[in-house]
Design a protein around this ligand. Structure first.
Ligand SMILES: Nc1nc(=O)c2c([nH]1)NC[C@@H]1CN(c3ccc(C(=O)N[C@@H](CCC(=O)O)C(=O)O)cc3)CN21
Ligand SMILES: CC(C)C(=O)C(=O)O
Ligand SMILES: [Mg+2]
Length: 273
């Protein structure tokens, strides 16, 4: 079970204090049932803009809107009794100015009941993080492979390969810590980059595709369940392929309906008692 043993709601302050106390466990969720299934096992649920690719079939996260994130976020919050819930701010909702970021982050928190927002970026967003945190909005900056920057980064490519790149990631993480972030998410980086970032900062570094060196791990839930197969990032471990069972059920339903075997008496409002 979790390093956080009480049944009380896990706060962003609790997550911050989990640094150095064993791995933080996190998964993504977009719906209430999935959130409630994982709630006993995870410390943190991230409502990712990956929903655009996983649930909507977009080929990037860029078309995801603030309204979509709010709808999914509110659903997840209804299923998360214990886990801390963090919601991705979508592309275009925070980059332009710290004021716009505040307005949209405030909408996310007030309309969903989530505890924090996550934004992708580097040093250009340090002021924004400081602005949000000082005004009551906990922030998890997302560094390394930033899917909202795919057009600029040249696709979904691993980051932090050479010493300069590692140095920049460390500098970003330090600046975000100083700006008041309660944790950072580090995606798709080489092990050395993950290690250097994690050992340098006093807030937790939650990794996805960032080696075991981080303070916690997150994966996209549909990837580990076999519910998404348009592509598989190297770091996404498929624990089970539920798509097989789902297709078997659909095929069985088809057979029973075509054969007249469904519905039988037990599923009918018939005359029999
Ligand atoms: N289902 C899903 N899982 C994710 O982990 C995820 C999303 N969607 N959508 C948003 C981003 C995109 N992500 C991705 C997508 C693909 C690769 C990938 O295929 N990378 C290659 C090559 C990396 C390189 O060239 O350096 C790999 O082999 O992992 C990585 C991260 C991670 N995030
Ligand atoms: C890295 C993950 C948590 C993410 O940002 C997403 O799923 O959108
Ligand atoms: Mg995301």
């Amino acid at each position: 079970m979790s390093t956080h043993t009480s049944n009380r709601k896990i706060t962003t302050a609790n997550i911050r204090q989990m640094k150095g106390k064993g791995s933080i466990v996190s998964l993504t969720a977009y719906t209430k049932p999935m959130a409630s299934f994982m709630d006993p096992y995870v410390d943190l649920i991230i409502v990712g803009d990956s929903t655009g690719m996983v649930a909507y079939g977009f080929d990037s996260t860029l078309p995801v809107t603030l309204d979509m994130m709010i709808a999914h976020g509110a659903a997840v919050v209804r299923g998360a009794e214990r886990a801390c819930v963090v919601i991705d701010m979508p592309f275009g909702s925070y980059q332009e100015s710290k004021e716009l970021a505040y307005r949209n982050a405030a909408r996310i928190l007030t309309e969903t009941g989530a505890q924090a927002v996550k934004i992708e970026g580097g040093l250009e967003l340090v002021e924004t993080v400081e602005f949000l945190v000082s005004r009551g909005i906990p922030v998890m900056p997302h560094i390394g492979l930033r899917p909202q920057h795919a057009n600029a980064l040249g696709g979904f490519k691993a980051q932090g390969r050479d010493d300069d790149a590692v140095g920049l990631l460390v500098k970003e993480a330090q600046a975000f810590e100083a700006a008041g972030a309660f944790s950072v998410l580090i995606e798709g980086v080489f092990e050395k980059a993950a290690r250097r970032v994690t050992e340098t900062i006093a807030i937790p570094a939650i990794g996805i595709g960032a080696s075991p060196e981080c303070d916690g791990q997150v994966l996209v839930t549909e990837d580990i369940l076999g519910l998404f197969s348009d592509y598989t990032p190297k770091f996404a471990k498929k624990y089970v392929d539920l798509s097989v069972q789902i297709k078997e059920v659909f095929a069985e339903f088809e057979r029973e309906v075509r054969a007249g075997d469904f519905p039988s008496d037990e599923h009918c409002f018939g005359l029999k008692k």
